[in-house]
Design a binder for this molecule. Structure first.
Ligand code: ATP
Ligand code: MG
Length: 421
């Protein structure tokens, strides 16, 4: 026998028993975003490799070792998007969206060649949210308050906000020098990754997940002590607004984010319910990126939520949303009844577009069909046999009570709609 072909490692199917949860979560996210005036933008999954090199930065984990990059048939280097911000900025520049303020979101798969483990996959899904043309801390605050509302709407509890400011580019450069001297003075304590990053991207050492680096990183000079006056005021205003709005946070001076393009505000929502992969949502300001990609300077801020981690956390919190069972399961025995059942089902769907109705297909005895009806979790079983067809009636069994009644076809729609929900 030939072996079946399996999916690519780290790229998972989302099976029908899980998709209702995804749909319910996505619906809540979209509803909340709509309530703030955010609009959806749909972006290609493949972009030119150069876009990610220029935006994310050459010396980041993503660009160094995680991208799915390939040559197109005509020799162009293309990459499966590892994140959405770069493509969103690219689209906004290309279509003149930076001429006005924008509140945008997108949702879809991202690709990174990482070691697959719980909460870390090679194809995963993000909700990305970006706001363009807002330079003040009020937008930082609105965006973070929005994320807090997302958690509230989903019933999430075990999630905490960490905040930091990376300051202006000049402040970061001054800090970079200090950090390099600090790590150079403690050179023997650096792991291989950190030694490599020391001169290329020393801030990323702070983000190291190696527990052996913890103590050294905790004692490192803090970026927040190097902030320029403008960034300090921006950050303080943001903190005060969050306090006034009742959004609790912790300032984490080592929060630098994995991507190069951030400046000023950065934040992460983390949980200790998911083991090592505890960051569910991450974002920040990236005012410099648009210029870096060749556009006119523009303010930009955004965040991304890892949907696999979000859903895992909802599961861990025991608050996965209710998923809808069918309202009714229609069984039919006999040729005339089978044909009639399909017609009746169509007429019910015309009358009640929200009704979730399953018509039994595939024949079988009443007994075997009732078993299916039971297993479907439907609230009612609707029963059609030769006798019912002759009398133009239908049997209705309320599954919770076992109660049975018979109604004329003409009254079925009204019965289902008054008892529906
Ligand atoms: P991490 O430090 O966990 O690798 P990151 O800094 O690389 O995260 P971002 O690029 O900021 O992650 O992406 C935003 C969010 O997307 C993360 O907080 C996480 O929830 C999710 N995410 C990132 N990479 C993966 C992955 N490989 N599998 C599943 N979710 C991911
Ligand atoms: Mg990563």
């Amino acid at each position: 026998m030939t072996e079946i072909i399996r999916s690519v490692r780290g790229m998972n199917d989302i099976l029908p028993q899980m998709t209702p949860y995804w749909q319910a979560v996505e619906a809540t996210l979209k509803r909340v975003l709509g309530s703030y005036g955010y609009q959806e933008i749909r972006l290609p999954i493949v972009e030119k490799t150069e876009l990610f090199k220029r935006s994310i930065g050459e010396v980041t984990d993503i660009v160094e070792k995680e991208m799915y990059t390939f040559d197109d048939r005509n020799g162009d280097s293309l990459t499966l998007r590892p994140e959405g911000t770069a493509g969103c900025v690219r689209a906004a520049m290309e279509h003149g969206l930076f001429n006005q303020q924008q509140r945008l979101w997108y949702m879809g798969p991202m690709f990174r060649h990482e070691r697959p483990q719980k909460g870390r996959y090679r194809q995963f899904h993000q909700l990305g949210v970006e706001a363009y043309g807002f330079s003040g801390p009020d937008m930082d605050a609105e965006m973070i308050i929005l994320t807090a509302r997302l958690w509230k709407s989903l019933g999430l509890k075990d999630i905490h906000l960490q905040l930091n400011s990376l300051g202006s580019i000049e402040a970061r450069l001054a800090y970079r020098e200090r950090l390099i001297s600090y790590y150079q003075a403690n050179h023997q304590q650096l792991d291989d990754d950190s030694q490599r990053r020391l001169l290329t991207n020393p801030l990323r050492i702070l983000d190291s997940k190696n527990p052996d680096m913890q103590a050294l990183n905790e004692a490192a000079p803090k970026l927040i002590d190097f902030l320029d006056a403008e960034s300090a005021i921006h950050f303080e205003t943001l903190c005060n607004t969050l306090r006034a709005a009742g959004v609790a946070f912790e300032i984490n001076p080592r929060l630098v984010r994995g991507l190069d393009y951030y400046g000023q505000t950065v934040f992460e929502w983390v949980t200790d319910q998911l083991g090592a992969q505890g960051t569910v949502c991450a974002g920040g300001r990236y005012d410099g990126l648009v210029e870096q990609l060749g556009g006119k300077s523009a303010s930009a801020i955004g965040f991304a939520i890892g949907l696999e981690r979000l859903i895992a956390l909802l599961e861990a919190n025991g608050v996965l949303p209710d998923t809808p069972a069918p309202d009714a399961y229609l069984v039919a025995v006999g040729d005339a009844a089978v044909t009639q059942s399909l017609l009746l089902a169509e007429s019910l769907r015309d009358q009640l577009p929200e009704l979730r109705l399953i018509s039994h297909c595939g024949g079988g005895s009443f007994k075997s069909q009732f078993k299916r009806a039971d297993r479907s979790g439907a609230r009612w079983t609707l029963i059609l046999g030769d006798e019912e067809v002759a009398q133009q009636t239908i049997g209705i069994k309320t599954m919770a009570t076992g109660e049975q009644q018979t109604l004329p076809w003409s009254e079925l729609g009204a019965f289902l709609s008054t008892n529906h929900r």
